[in-house]
Design a protein around this ligand. Structure first.
Ligand code: NDP
Length: 282
């Protein structure tokens, strides 16, 4: 029997660490590409985060993901931030570069990667529903990918205005906030519509953003951050209107592909990773 104590490790610091599709997706890629690596899910209480990061350093981990509630708190324990993580102010992926641990944010990068297979974001006008952590990351990456303007539509005005100001102040794109009082009509000239709220996430699969779907037109691309189920009511309505769509499973896989590139240097097979998630029943 052989023991490979030098097997490279990456992982996730989460709280609580439950069933995590990311483990399945990343380990499927390791197997497919013949990498003898492991991805480990660790439950880390907020007060233990510093010790957990020191442990990852001491054990030579190649990196790790951070879930809520660690995405902001982890920054104090790192040596530096990537450009978009700096603007977003949150980290979901940590990468060991030399002897430094650098924080990156792949939430929005995965989204833009998946979206870019359907439309080039450069120069587009975007309507973005939501202003939470996912929306903030998506907005920053869309802005860095060259969209012209983002209208942030959110139930809570304060959070919506904060994301719009962040885009206006810290990126080359312009942005404004639009209140979400009743059914929202998509303005003409919009190229990309994004649901980055939690509406439609399992088990609330019948929830959908309050949008006048008659204002969707076939020249618009509609994207949803919800990965479970991948075909949300919102995407179904958009497809019925003739729109091209990008689903949240593509965003999740896109994040995994970028994380694997950071950690291992390989270009992972997105199809294998998506199939591993579909096999889970997502
Ligand atoms: P947050 O809790 O930070 O934000 C939730 C957002 O949804 C807020 O804008 C909130 O509005 C809005 N919202 C919630 N309920 C309603 C409602 N009834 N009506 C209108 N707006 C509502 O969550 P996150 O940003 O972290 O995540 C949002 C979604 O994105 C999650 O469902 C998550 O699964 C998904 N996600 C997907 C990823 C992927 O890889 N596919 C990656 C990361 C997230 P308000 O500000 O008014 O409360």
């Amino acid at each position: 029997m052989t023991h490979d104590f030098l097997q490279p490790l990456v992982g996730c610091f989460a709280m609580p660490a439950g069933e995590d599709p990311t483990v399945v997706m990343i380990e499927a890629a390791f197997r497919h590409h013949g990498l003898n690596w492991r991805y480990i899910n660790c439950e880390v209480a907020p007060e233990d985060l510093g010790d957990a990061v020191r442990g990852a350093r001491a054990m030579g981990w190649r990196g790790f993901n951070c879930s809520i509630p660690h995405k902001v708190a982890v920054i104090a324990h790192l040596d530096g931030l990537g450009a978009s993580a700096e603007i977003i102010g949150a980290v979901n992926t940590v990468v060991r570069r030399g002897d430094k641990l650098i924080g990156e944010n792949t939430d929005g990068k995965g989204f833009v990667g998946a979206l870019s297979r359907v439309i080039d974001p450069a120069g587009q006008r975007v309507v973005l529903f939501g202003a939470g952590g996912a929306a903030r990351a998506v907005a920053v990456e869309l802005a860095l990918a060259g969209v012209a303007h983002i209208t942030v539509v959110n139930r809570s005005a304060g959070r919506g205005q904060t994301v719009a100001s962040l885009i206006d102040d810290k990126t080359p794109a312009s942005a404004d906030y639009a209140p979400w009082n009743g059914t929202y009509a998509i303005p003409k000239g919009t190229g990309i519509v994004v649901n980055a709220t939690s509406l439609g996430l399992y088990p609330n699969v019948d929830q959908t953003p309050d949008v006048d779907t008659d204002t969707l037109s076939p020249d618009m691309v509609v994207a949803d951050g919800i990965h479970n189920p991948p075909l949300t009511q919102f995407l179904k309505a958009a497809q019925a209107r003739g729109c091209k769509t990008a689903d949240g499973l593509g965003m999740l896989v896109g994040q995994g592909v970028i994380g694997l590139k950071y950690w291992t240097g390989i270009d992972a097979d997105a199809g294998v990773m998506r199939q591993a998630l579909l096999d889970l029943g997502l």
